[in-house]
Design a protein around this ligand. Structure first.
Ligand code: ATP
Length: 293
């Protein structure tokens, strides 16, 4: 079958890097004689609906140029279609692509999306919305909520890190009632990170052992901790060594239900996602992606 590329580019992502990547990709596809169409995303909370409306149904490949939010919109837009997703990561966190091999620079990313091989990865689903990297409920969601409701003198990763440092000490742990694999639990936690990928926020390896094709969600829960201790131990999350702390526990599950609590804020693949109730599960090997040969 003749390959046709549908390119979804977030012009806002990566402070101009998306435009440059798009230019280079178009040049390469022209040289190789491939057919392609380009969709530049608008600022919208229903990005996937815009992508779905504009998507050419005979596309074989969808390329996401942007960050995890753009990838999330793409996987939701193509959820019922047999299309292979590729990536040119120019976002802030680019957390999902840390779990697959697509090369390390723009040339390699472009080569991978043209000449790479297909791989099937799991996709998480929360209240009917798909996620590919993860969902964070509690502190992780609060950072995203506060970030979208305020301005900052910083950009990109530094903006995120400054926000973490600002609210890390003052954030109050919250009550979670949840049901995992048939067992009902109630706990007071700082955060619950439910991942298909390993990392969130660009560098925090919250679920360092997570695999994107094992049919399981990896869950990291962090219990109550004094503000001083939070600042002292934060660096461990960067190395994924926070599992040594007594307040940290890991689980793996196929299904998780979190009961309603409007004090808990959540993000889904780095975009604000409201508050529980949440019904979360995993769709095993539900999305084709293209990786390096
Ligand atoms: N044309 C645009 N102008 C402003 N914002 C946009 C535009 N297109 C998309 N967006 C917004 O960009 C966000 C998605 O950004 P994206 O995930 O691509 O990059 P990022 O947030 O920098 O990276 P990451 O999610 O990996 O940290 C969405 O909230 C979306 O609404």
């Amino acid at each position: 079958m003749e390959r046709k590329f549908f390119i979804v580019a977030n012009p806002y992502s990566g402070q101009g890097r998306a435009q440059y990547a798009l230019m280079r990709l178009k040049k390469k596809l022209d040289q190789e004689g491939y057919y392609y169409a380009v969709f530049l995303t608008p600022q919208s909370e229903i990005l996937d609906e815009f992508i779905e409306e504009n998507l050419f149904t005979d596309s074989t490949d969808v390329v996401a140029i942007g960050g995890d939010g753009t990838i999330n919109a793409c996987i939701n837009a193509i959820k019922d279609k047999d299309m292979v997703l590729s990536f040119i990561p120019v976002g802030t966190g680019n957390d999902f692509v840390k779990t697959i091999d697509i090369g390390t620079d723009l040339d390699e990313h472009i080569d991978t999306l043209i000449y790479g091989k297909e791989k099937l990865v799991d996709v998480g689903i929360c209240n009917n919305r798909r996620f590919i990297n993860g969902l964070g409920v509690g502190f992780d969601g609060q950072i995203i909520y506060e970030d979208q409701n305020s301005t900052s003198m910083f950009n990109g990763y530094w903006r995120y890190l400054m926000r973490v440092l600002k609210i890390l000490g003052s954030y109050k742990s919250k009550n979670y009632i949840f049901n995992m694999d048939g067992q009902k639990l109630e706990m007071n936690l700082l955060t619950m990170a439910i991942h298909n990928g390993t990392t969130f926020g660009g560098s925090f390896k919250l679920n360092p052992n997570s695999k994107n094709d094992d049919g399981l969600l990896d869950v990291c829960i962090i219990g109550r901790m004094s503000p001083v201790r939070r600042y002292l131990q934060l660096y461990k999350a960067n190395f994924g060594s926070h599992g040594s702390l007594p307040e940290v526990n890991f689980f793996q599950t196929k299904e998780l239900k979190i009961e309603a609590n409007d004090q808990l804020r959540a993000h889904l693949d780095g975009e604000y996602f409201g508050h529980p109730p949440f019904e979360i599960s995993i769709l095993e090997k539900a999305q084709k992606v293209r990786v390096k040969i």
